[in-house]
Design a protein around this ligand. Sequence first.
Ligand code: GLA
Length: 496
Amino acid sequence: MKRTQLFPLFILFLICHCIKINSQILTPPLSKLPRINGAKVFGVRPNSPLLFKIAAAGEKPIKYEVKGLPNGLQLNTETGLITGKLSKRGDYLMQVKVSNSLGNAERSLTIKVGDKIALTPPMGWNSWNCWGRDVSKAKVLSSAQAMIDKGLIDHGWNYINVDDAWEGQRAADGTIQTNDSFPDMKGLGDWLHARGLKFGIYTAPGPKTCLGFIGSYQHELQDMTTFAGWGVDYVKSDWCSYSGIFDQEKDTSLAAYKKPYLKMYDAIKVQNRDIYYSVCQYGMREVWKWGESVGANSWRTTGDIEDSWESMHEIGFNQYFMYPYAKPGHWNDPDMLVVGNVGWGKNLHPTRLTPDEQYTHISLWSLLAAPLLLGCDLAALDDFTLSLLTNDEVLDINQDPLGKQARRVYCNRSRYKFHLYAKELEDGSVALGIFNLMNYNLSYNDISLSQMGLKGGMIRDLWRQKDIGVFDDILKVNIPAHGVLLYRITKVDNKK
Ligand code: GLA
């Protein structure tokens, strides 16, 4: 066949491919009208440098205003960056307004000055699930730039976390140094902060990291001080080689599990900036019961996730009993997201989760109030993945200020496995996830809300952003294989 004959076939292939991708997209196209997204509450300690980016989507340019901005804080009206310091404890309520050529939007924002940070789960990116040991400054900057260019930052995504493989040797005075892939950590931190992004880093409480690089053992204070100097906002501390020390010490008490994490926390809390503390020890000794007591803002509850249904659903559907331990400032962490192009090294591949499995993944992690850390190459985001990550009504479930983790309100253990999760929200409404764990469609005509302890009301389909009607009790559903329906039930005020 001649090249010219092949051309129409190629065009046909492209059209079919686009139709296939677009038919899987449920999130409606983004409006050009302004909308304020992301966290409505933000915690900061007295006198810590504050950096809060107002997340707002809509046609650019957008202008930002804040009524009631307290003395000590400044707003950049072009970028929506709030910076400064507050010394007095208390709740500062302000009104944020964003406008563009098509209209404006307003929303309240509360900055809470006190001992708690991370009042909503962190949303951002981490290098591990994509680049693994092949991470470099250039790759991190590329995803950070894409977080801005593709608009993720306008929907509340803001952490950029460097995982393992940045570490070099210690200098003669013990100061930790970077390897050649990260020539200038302070410069990287400054670059991120100037754009409203936060900077995360990885270390270990033991002498080595999981990849065998240098850990912070016996250098905890020195390393946390170095990190603070680089402008680090988030530290992940990964157990791995600490097991050697643990075994040597022959103490298997709970205090022995806590010891290395308390030591690291002592070094974090004396820094002159707020640092999110992510404890990673895979759930040993039911860490969800004591993570808060070692100062953790989140604790990994499981081993490492992979981009397969088996891994994602095994982890995700086994978090339900931890719901009492999640609260503002302290989150159960079922590991990072596996959507987009992942690979843990040089060769990335599109996630092996089907589109419905990805809806399940994002819905479940949102209901669980879990940290949302992307593990894909953001520069290579496709339209489907972008639609999955920019559905504000879904992300609002994760970022709800009440900070409750969903309870599992129904679990059918018979042949037809389907599970229902309900998450109480600040405004009195409830988010309901109806999950089909089978590999074929399931239909039900008789799901009774009252039997699950839920009240009826107006039901909105959050992925499609569409009201589907008022239901007092019985729901009829059809859920695709490994898929989900994510609803918000709002009480109907009959008096109106
Ligand atoms: C462990 C952690 C991962 C990642 C790697 C880095 O496996 O669970 O999330 O941080 O170490 O080596």
